[in-house]
Structures are given as C-alpha cells and as structure tokens.
Design a protein around this ligand. Structure first.
Ligand SMILES: [Zn+2]
Ligand SMILES: [Zn+2]
Length: 375
C-alpha cells in the first residue's frame, strides 16, 4: 500500500486505542525525524506529509471518530481535504499544539535582546595635553532605555501584547507552490516589524520606542602619549540595547591640534634651531618651541648647518612605557643677503684671515668620514 493510502494509526505507529497524548508524542517524534528540512531520505517529504495528515485527523476528536467509523471516504464526505495542509500551516498547527516549532525553537527564532549600537565621537586636544594625559568631558548623544516605561515602549500601566500575526516569533513563513515544488520563505512579520510584540498604548515620552535620545556627559581619560587620530573605546557607554540587551560602546577619535614649528614622529619631536652664521661659528643659546613651552638649546661653537642637536627625554611619552622620546633640534644657519660695500669688505678681510685651517671640522663630516674609510 502506498504511504499516502496507509492507515493513519499505522502511519503514526500507534494502536487504535492510543490516547491523545500518545498520538501527540508519536507525531512529534516522527515529525522531527521526517521533516524535509532535516531528513536525508528521498521520500521523507512524502512520508512527512502523510504523517502530518494522519496527525491532523487523529488529533481532532471529531475527525478521529469519523475516520474510525467510515475511513478516508467518510472524511472526504465531511469536507476534510488533506491537500489543504501545507508546511506553513502545519508548522502553525504544530506550534499551536505543542507551543513550539518542530525543533523547539519558536522562542529563539523570535526577537532576541540585541546589543545597542556603538557611538562615534570626536575630541580635539592640545599637544601639551597629549604629553601629560588629560581627563575631559565628552558629550555624547545616545539612546537610553526610557525611564517612564522601563524600556517596554508601553504607557505606564499597560504592557505590550504578543503579536497575533506571528505569535510572538517576529517571523512569518510564506508558502508558495511552484512547478518545482513548494517554496517556504520566512521574513520579518509585517504586523510587528519583526518585534514579536505590539505596543497598543505607546508611552508618551519615547513614543513607543522604549528608548529616548539623551545628551549625556562622558568622562574620557586620554592617556599621555596618545597619537593624532587614535580611537579610545569606552565600553558600555553607547546606545542602549533592545529587550534588555547590553549597551554598545563609544569610540572617541582623538585629534591633536598641531603646534606651529613642531613635527612629531612617533615619540620624537623635531624642531628648527635657527642661528646666524656668526652664532653658528661662535656658539650660542637658541630658543626652540616644545609642547610645554620654549626650551633653550645650547649650540657649541662651530655648529654646522644641518647638524642635529638631540635633547634626550624631551619628546613625547611612549603610550606603552611612558618613557619619553627625544627633542631633535635641526640647525639652520642664516647667511646675510643684504651686505653693504663696507660689510662686504669686512667679510672678505675675515675670510682671508681665517684660511682653510679655520674650517677644519673636529668631526670630519660626511665626506671626510667617507675619505678616511678609504684610507
Ligand atoms: Zn517610554
Ligand atoms: Zn508579528
């Protein structure tokens, strides 16, 4: 006998005197086994439909009585047409009877608490603040759980109802028949927008959303040594989650206002030490800028153009170790451009007097070092 013509009791594997509970559990077991989404057997779908049909009949006392007395013919006479049953309505039937889907996932398939979204914020600090580190108040606009309704979105004294369109699952299945067979599509329930619940009397403060946008202060600790454009994450300070989910985070991008004449390279700071040619020759004290104010650099006599004077520990603190980088002063020698005839003569006189001996560098310079390497 073909599966579809077999006796309903036989299909469910129960006796003719089986109780309602026995029929129910037999169907539950078979449905889990044969559901086309799970079973690998080629005729699983056919068997599943047959079993489902048997259950539809035997679980209904009146239909069962008709079937017991007159068989399938009696059912057809009574208007029952098993072909009306498709998987969409069957799972609805199943959910209604067992309070769960075939695999016991009705609840988890529904709307779950979700984590609130993250919030991006920006702040600008001075380079000096980046040297010391700074604590500041960053205002952020975030969604917070509404205090009036406790986040439910329902006016005080009322509560949201379960959506009748999806039974609270937030998802509905649409079944369409095509020449290739049956296609089941699931999508967000249009009645509740996938929320699974409907607020009938919305809370006035949040208009039923359960959350309100608020400007809240956020205490931000910017560590010493932070770099321009780095982001600081403040956990849990972002938008509130839904259905009691955790809040998101706030990511604050820290910008550093540039300081005229100071270039930062990692933890080192580069500045220009500008001297006249006489100062370079005789040695001098030059004032250079630093984030913490001006700083005096001692240049020795005979300082060459392009020389780099390093002041250890006057750079930026390292984010990792706190140890400070260096301040590097790049020497720039200014040469006069507007000499009078008299001054010109003076310079010439000095030049003749100096001779090439006066230009000998203690440190031979780059070319000198190259030469000695070949000697
Ligand atoms: Zn509210
Ligand atoms: Zn719904």
């Amino acid at each position: 006998m073909a599966t579809t013509e077999r006796d309903y009791y036989e299909l469910l594997g129960v006796g003719r005197d089986a109780s309602h509970a026995e029929i129910k559990s037999a169907f539950r077991r078979l449905a889990r086994e044969l559901h086309p989404d799970v079973s690998e057997e080629p005729d699983a779908e056919l068997r599943f439909r047959a079993v489902a049909e048997a259950y539809e009949v035997l679980s209904d006392p009146e239909r069962r009585r008709t079937y017991d007395r007159f068989g399938r013919a009696g059912l057809r006479g009574g208007g029952f047409s098993p072909m009306d049953a498709d998987f969409g309505s069957l799972s609805d039937v199943f959910a209604a009877f067992f309070g769960e889907t075939l695999f016991g996932q009705a609840r988890s398939a529904g709307p779950r608490p979700t984590r609130g979204p993250d919030v991006a914020a920006q702040v600008e600090i001075d380079l000096a603040d980046a040297v010391r580190g700074i604590s500041l108040d960053v205002g952020v606009r975030v969604a917070r759980s509404c205090e009036t309704c406790g986040g439910t979105g329902a006016a005080p004294g009322t509560s949201p109802i379960m959506c009748p369109g999806c039974g609270g699952a937030g998802i509905v299945q649409q079944v369409s028949r095509t020449v290739l067979g049956q296609i089941v599509r699931s999508g967000a329930c249009p009645r509740c927008d996938g929320a699974g619940r409907i607020v009938e009397t919305p809370c006035e403060r949040c208009e039923g959303d359960g959350r309100t946008l608020e400007d809240v202060p956020l205490e931000l600790d910017v560590p010493a040594g932070i770099h321009d454009g780095q982001r600081i994450r403040v956990r849990g300070a972002g938008h509130a989650g839904t259905l009691g989910g955790p809040p998101g985070d706030v990511y604050v991008t820290v910008g550093i206002r540039p300081l005229e004449g100071i270039e930062r390279d990692g933890d080192d700071l580069h500045v220009r030490a500008s001297v006249t040619m006489t100062e370079a020759a005789l040695g001098s004290t030059v004032t250079v800028p630093t984030p913490e104010g001006s700083f005096e650099v001692e240049l020795p006599p005979g300082t060459q153009p392009g020389a780099v004077h390093t002041v250890r520990g006057r750079g930026m603190p390292s984010l990792e170790t706190g140890r400070r980088g260096d301040l590097l002063a790049h020497v720039e020698v200014r040469v006069p451009t507007q000499l009078t005839a008299e001054q010109r003569a003076e310079v010439l006189r000095l030049e003749r007097e100096l001779g090439s001996e006066a230009y000998r560098d203690e440190d031979e310079g780059f070319l000198g070092r190259l030469k000695s390497a070949f000697r």
